[in-house]
Write a protein that binds this ligand. Structure first.
Ligand code: FE2
Length: 387
């Protein structure tokens, strides 16, 4: 079978201390007035000062916008406020420096400078008609992949559900991935962001949207993350672990952006929206239930996943070999103190399941990629399994 494969990525600069080149990259984009969107943690960790010195060395005229501490996924009003700052200041380049939420705000605020209306007008696939102001996106965690994706996720406060703007116009111009910036990331964030990255590789790999390019990236990312998440969690100063986690996360982000996530993300949105649990933690609690639910539809690929995670599967019956992937995932989650069920998050109220299942089922942009066709009832059963 012949496939047509679109593959999009920003210009990427990966490596230790690459943030020193921020000023030069901004200049290349023609930086006149530049807005740097970041968060309080980045300032406290001293990372902001390093960014500013690189910009000043190239005489870039920069203004800093420090976001408040919001829920793990920012509300749409935060984006609108930031876009207002960007419009009024007539900024020509927008830099996002921080965790996934900050990066999503920077990407979407840039788009709202050149497109009318509000964030909620653009929820869904390919609704943003024009590219925004040029963006440079610099992650300080290894996980979200936001530096290379065409998505941004926000909390729709009207219905308390996380929703995605998924438009190619949101693809950043430049992604700078400097593993040194992740050294100050605390263990729990390292773990939750790291498992988000794992899922960005594994979930598209098992989906209907998989292709040979993203599969190659996905399997390599899965191996790297399985090998290095534990060491990065155990000792944040382990630079080798930080380096390979950043690379695994970058590759997973490219898989996410080009093949797309599916069931685990769709089912996490209503739970995260309701309990304000962080993205990676919510995914972690649902992961085993979801992968059990699609196991029979993708047995061969589940075996490849098990192999990539280092499981010895030769000589096993196919079903048994596929189940080894679930064993390896459970072990990975538990080794970095991540939840393997909703109960581990103290979420025990099963009466919410029917409503969550209806909300998750509405995410057809994601569910259409699932290898198993899922009804609302099927999704309810997977939520049950995740308790
Ligand atoms: Fe994610």
């Amino acid at each position: 079978m012949f496939q047509t494969i679109p593959f999009n990525t920003p210009s990427i600069l990966f490596g230790m201390d690459t943030m020193h080149q921020l000023g030069k990259q901004a200049k290349k984009l023609g930086a006149g007035r530049t807005l740097l969107v970041t968060g309080p943690n980045v300032k406290e960790a001293g990372i902001l000062d390093r960014a500013l010195s690189s910009l000043k060395a190239e005489s870039v005229d920069v203004e800093v916008n420090i976001q408040g501490r919001d829920t793990p996924e920012p509300a749409t009003s935060v984006v609108e406020d930031t876009a207002e700052v960007a419009r009024k200041g007539k900024f020509e380049v927008i830099i996002g420096l921080g965790g996934g939420s900050i990066l999503d705000v920077a990407k979407m605020a840039s788009a709202l400078v050149t497109n009318p209306g509000k964030t909620k007008d653009y929820f869904g696939p390919e609704k943003v008609p024009h590219r925004g102001k040029p963006t440079i996106i610099i992650p300080t965690t290894s996980g979200t992949g936001a530096e290379v994706t065409q998505h941004a996720i926000f909390l729709d406060r009207e219905v308390n559900v996380k929703k995605a703007v998924a438009s190619s116009a949101l693809l950043p111009n430049v992604a700078i991935i400097d593993p040194m910036l992740t050294v100050s990331c605390p263990p729990r964030v390292t773990a939750s962001a790291g498992i988000d990255a794992y899922i960005h590789a594994a979930e598209p790999f098992l989906s209907k949207n998989a292709n040979p390019i993203t599969d190659a990236l996905a399997l390599h990312a899965v191996s790297m993350i399985t090998r290095w998440l534990g060491p990065a969690f155990a000792d944040g100063n382990n630079l080798e672990a930080r380096y390979y986690m950043a690379m695994g996360s970058l590759m997973a982000g490219m898989v996410l952006s080009n093949s797309g996530t599916s069931l685990v993300h769709a089912m996490a949105y209503p739970v995260g929206g309701e309990y304000h649990t962080s993205h990676g933690i919510t995914l972690s609690a649902l992961l085993l239930g979801c992968f059990e639910g699609i196991l029979m539809a993708k047995q061969e690929k589940m075996i490849l996943l098990a192999k990539a995670m280092g499981e010895p599967v030769d000589g096993l019956a196919p079903r048994e070999a596929a189940l080894r992937a679930l064993d390896a995932i459970r072990h990975l989650l538990q080794s970095v103190d991540l939840p393997v069920s909703l109960r581990d998050l103290d979420i025990t109220d099963k009466t919410k399941i029917p409503r969550w299942a209806i909300e998750a089922h509405k995410e057809q942009r994601l569910l259409s990629r699932s290898p198993r066709v899922l009804s609302v009832k099927d999704i309810e059963r997977i939520y049950e399994r995740a308790f």
